[in-house]
Design a protein around this ligand. Sequence first.
Ligand SMILES: Nc1ncnc2c1ncn2[C@@H]1O[C@H](COP(=O)(O)OP(=O)(O)OP(=O)(O)O)[C@@H](O)[C@H]1O
Length: 241
Amino acid sequence: MATRNGISLENASVTLGGTRILSNLTLHLTERRIGIIGRNGSGKTTLLRLMAGLIPATTGSATIDGIAPTDRKAILPRLGILFQNPDHQILFPTVAEELAFGLRQQGQSQAAADAAVTALLIRESRGHWAKALTHTLSQGQRHYLCLLSILLMQPQTILLDEPFAGLDLPTQIRLARRLAALPQRLITISHDPSAVANCDRVLWLEQGQIRADGPPDVVLHAFKAEMARLGEQDADTDLTN
Ligand SMILES: Nc1ncnc2c1ncn2[C@@H]1O[C@H](COP(=O)(O)OP(=O)(O)OP(=O)(O)O)[C@@H](O)[C@H]1O
């Protein structure tokens, strides 16, 4: 079978705890900047976890460049994930250990990993972070550390789950600039239209299905109008999840 570049879902569904969370999604994502938008509980994080191989498709399939994401060894150099909560990502007591871990997983020697970490921290004007204890960094700093860990590993695709949540404005602006300059494919998940406004393609997820898929101006215009309409109501009446 010819290898397909990008992320492909073929009729993929996910059921968790007896509830259907994602329903029959067929998608082929090849653009460099992709946004996935939707309300709380619409299934965005579940979709990210499916694409990353952290949960299997209950039916159908997900592949990255033709490889099943559950094949961790093959997927490691291809995929980086920035979780919404850095505490779900950080494993090590010091910044240098945290940063070196991914490179060691990729097969680099300890000496090569340490040298790459030192060079990165100096480039980032964060040389003083090397011995810093990860739990003493602020939330925003831990978030940034997670991004540095991913960038160090140079994956071809990066999944970002609410990358701007909880960050102060200068940090958001800096992070947006940093992300915009990356050559990699970025898939950004958010409930905030402004976080995906510069994408090449935006998917609007609603109750586990694609409600709209297209250029950001078209999809976000419809999304914002619908969110404003729902906001006029005193309560949600039509949610099943
Ligand atoms: N392990 C699970 N078992 C049962 N239901 C689950 C499980 N994980 C998620 N869900 C349900 O799936 C739905 C989608 O959750 P998901 O976290 O994917 O939404 P989301 O769009 O990322 O939401 P948010 O914007 O609030 O982060 C929710 O109704 C949630 O309660």
